[in-house]
Each structure stands twice: as C-alpha cells, then as structure tokens.
Design a protein around this ligand. Structure first.
Ligand code: EPZ
Length: 419
C-alpha cells in the first residue's frame, strides 16, 4: 500500500528525541557476517526497509536470520555465492556482498548496479580495487563474476575516497594472504565502525579513519556480538528540523564528534547548541542567517544532509549557496521546494537559495531517501498542509520518523496514497 505523509506546518519542535543506530554502518557490518561462519548478533540495528532488504539478501544466500530487538545471523549454512539483479536493484549497497562472498568462497557473482536517481553511480573503483589485489573480474549478462581463491594483499589506490569501494576491499582484504594497503580510503565514521567490527571478528586492521588503511590477512574470522554506532545523518536531519521550526529539543544519543562540520555550519546559521554527555540541546533561531555550504567527503559537510539543509535555507534571511560535489544529480528536491514557495536557482552544481518569508503547503513528490526528508522539513514550516508522496523512499532510512516528529509536537501523519 502506497503511503504519503501529511504535515500541517507551524508548531516549533519541543521535547526530546533519541537517535537510532546507523543504517549506513549497519549495512556493511551485517554483510560482513558472511565472512565469519557462525552466529553473530548486532545491536542497535534500525528497523528500516534497507535493513529488511539486507535480511532477505542474506536469507537468499542461505543464512538464517532473526530480526527483532537485535539482528541475529547464522551464516554457517550460506552456500550460495550469487546476488541477483532483483536484490541489487532494490538497494545498491547489496553490491557489498562481493567482497564478503569472495573472502568466504573465493568466488562471487553479483549483479552490476545500474544508475539511480542520484546519477550513474558506477562501481568502477570497487572493481579496480579488486583487480589490484589479484581478483579476476568478468562481466557477463549484467553480472560481475569475481574469482580469486588465493587473494594476495597488495596496494589499492582509489581515484577518490569512495565509501562503498573502501568497504568492499576492506572486507576482501581481511582474509587475503599478506598485507593490503588501501590508499585514498574513505574516512567516514561508518568505515571506522566496519573496521572495528571486523577487528572484533579477528581481522588485523590499522588506520581506519585515515587516508591509508593497512590490513594484514588472517586465515579465518569468527562471529561477534556488536553494537552499531548512531546514525549521524538521522541526527543531522533532526538538527535541521529543530532549526527550521525555531524549536528547542534535546537530542539523546547524539554523535557530536561525527557532526562537527554540520554543527559548525548550523552555528553560523544562528542555531544554539549545548552539549551534556551524549545529549545535545538544540535551539533554533528566530531568524536563520544565510550560509554557504559545499558537500565534501568526511570530515566535510555530508552530501546526505545537502537536501535537508537546502530546505532550512529556503527561509533564511538572505541568499545562501549550496554546492553538491559528490553526486552528479542530487537536486531533485529543488523543483518540489519551489512548488512550496522557495526561491531557488540551479547554477551548475550549486543551488542559489534566496530566503523567503515563508513557505506554503502543497502536494510534492519525493524521489530519494534524503530528499523525502527535506520535503518533510519544508512541510514543518509551510503554511497549511503539505503532502509528501512516495513515502517509501523515506522508509528506507529514517526509523519511525512520523512517531518521533509527532512526539516533538509536529502535526504529521502517514496516510494511504490512493494513486
Ligand atoms: C555511500 O554511498 C552512502 N551509502 C550514501 O548514502 C552516501 O551518499 C555516499 O556514501 C557518500 O557519502 C551507504 O553507505 C549505503 P561512494 P556509496 O562510493 O558507497 C561515484 C543514503 O542516502 N563512484 O562514496 O555509493 C558515485 O557515483 C546514501 O543513505 C564512482 O564513480 O558512495 C558517487 O557520485 C545515498 N565509482 C560518488 O562516487 C565508484 O566505483 C560517491 O560514491 C564508486 C563511486
């Protein structure tokens, strides 16, 4: 059943909200359990559509999975080493099984992901990395067939710090013979969390969070019990929601050290922060200052918060420029925000946002996960009613958002979308 989100804008958010576990850390960590035959348990895994897709992917490979308050995988019975197109088309992160299956079986067949709403999203860097460590790669009928019974560690140098590429090679390198050195590695907190989980499984890794990661291959990995880090993108999205409604909210389980660049930008915009342990009290200003933001690999401003901050700046007191440097096509929220009364012009890779006095509710269409969140944020301040269609995008990555925003006083509900 298709659903839409109906929001009546106005009330400033008030109260307290708790951040869930990170989707983008949980996905590769759960997938890495393929490499450690036995029963692994993961805690703080958010209940999201992408996690359910991962559950199905593992089950189809032959694993036994139970996902209630924790995510339990018994990877012993996995026999299948093929992830078909049907799995990969639902979620590009399914391509991460390549490194894990290769480590376990010496062979993997995984469908080549196509483009998506954000652009062509190639996997050339993943494949280049595998070839560098001696894996044979063939592409046939839309499948990548990777084989390498005795992968030898070597040096892998990415052209740019790809998150998924770093994760895929990191997994395969854990059981390669000798040392693998990953140069120009991505430094995102989710990579650090994956490296920590792999280390608990028995892998020998150093340098995660830095540009060069070194992995000494070991013979085998063992299952673990592991707690996933907080979702910094969910936390960042709530920061924008509080700011845009001039709210006053305490965020619990707040990953402050992973959000330095975001907090810095929001302070410039006039948002007030007060940290006590793992709680952050956030107060939105009466008047939002215009700011310039450019997305960058971590520790820079995350591309996943580009759409949400664009929504915030639509009602700033002046002109802001938001530049997207990671994805080729990540401005699909802009025409929808314009329908809500925003004044935005796209100039190449930048959105020039002239702040307006207020937005006015309308029906809008989301087309990816983060842009659906940005439309909801706009709905929180727009006059009258905003309806966000194609809500399934949101449900890939925000746990119980309707419930969390309602508990903060927002007038928001999910209803059936008839067409
Ligand atoms: C991860 O995607 C995240 N997904 C994305 O979050 C996030 O936007 C992205 O990193 C950047 O931070 C997960 O962690 C599951 P990349 P990933 O490889 O791994 C190009 C969300 O909303 N590229 O760093 O795919 C690619 O096309 C999602 O939660 C190549 O050209 O990111 C893109 O433009 C959306 N060749 C850019 O690099 C390659 O081989 C960044 O990709 C690989 C990537």
């Amino acid at each position: 059943m298709l659903q839409k989100m109906v929001i009546r804008g106005g009330p400033p958010l008030k109260g307290a909200v708790r951040i869930s576990g990170s989707k983008n850390a949980a996905l590769p960590i759960i997938i890495s359990s393929i490499m450690a035959p036995g029963r692994s348990e993961f805690l703080d895994v958010p209940d999201l559509m992408d996690i359910r897709t991962t559950e199905r992917l593992l089950t189809d490979l032959g694993a036994e999975v139970v996902f209630n308050d924790k995510f339990v995988v018994d990877s012993t019975p996995i026999k299948n080493h093929e992830a078909p197109w049907d799995e990969v088309r639902k979620m590009r992160a399914s391509f991460l099984v390549l490194g894990a299956l290769l480590s376990r079986f010496g062979i993997a067949k995984v469908a080549l992901p196509g483009g998506c709403a954000l652009g062509p999203r190639l996997v050339d860097q993943h494949l280049k990395g595998f070839v560098s460590i001696g894996v044979k790669i063939k592409e046939e009928h839309g499948l990548v067939i990777a084989s390498g019974k005795n992968i030898r560690g070597d040096s892998v140098t990415f052209d740019f710090p790809t998150v998924g590429g770093t994760e895929n090679i990191l997994m395969a390198a854990c059981t390669a013979k000798g040392e693998t050195v990953i140069n120009n590695a991505a430094r995102e907190p989710e990579i650090i969390d994956l490296a920590r989980a792999l280390r608990e499984m028995g892998a020998v890794i150093e340098g995660e969070g830095e540009e060069t990661i070194r992995v000494q291959g070991v013979d085998a990995l063992s299952p673990i019990r592991y707690r996933i880090i907080q979702d910094r993108i969910e936390a960042g999205t709530y920061l924008m929601a509080i700011a845009v409604t001039a709210g006053d909210v305490t965020i619990e389980n707040f990953p402050a050290d992973m959000l330095t660049s975001v907090v810095g930008k929001l302070e410039e915009a006039g948002v007030d922060f007060k940290q006590t342990g793992d709680e952050m009290r956030v107060k939105g200003p009466k008047k939002i200052n215009p700011i310039n933001v450019s997305t960058q690999p971590y520790p820079g401003f995350p591309t996943d918060l580009q759409a949400p901050i664009t929504s915030l700046l639509t009602v700033a007191d002046g002109t802001s420029v938001v530049t997207e440097t990671i994805f080729e096509n990540r401005f699909a929220h802009v025409p929808e925000l314009i329908r809500l009364g925003a004044d935005i012009t796209i100039d190449g890779r930048s959105a020039v946002i002239k702040g307006v006095k207020g937005l006015s509710g309308a029906k809008v269409m989301s087309s990816d996960l983060r842009n659906s969140a940005s439309l909801i944020l706009a709905g929180l301040v727009a006059e009258n009613t905003t309806e966000v269609y194609r809500l399934y995008h949101l449900e890939r990555g925000y746990e119980r958002m309707e419930e969390k925003l309602s508990s903060l006083g927002a007038d928001i509900k999910k209803v059936r979308q008839d067409d």
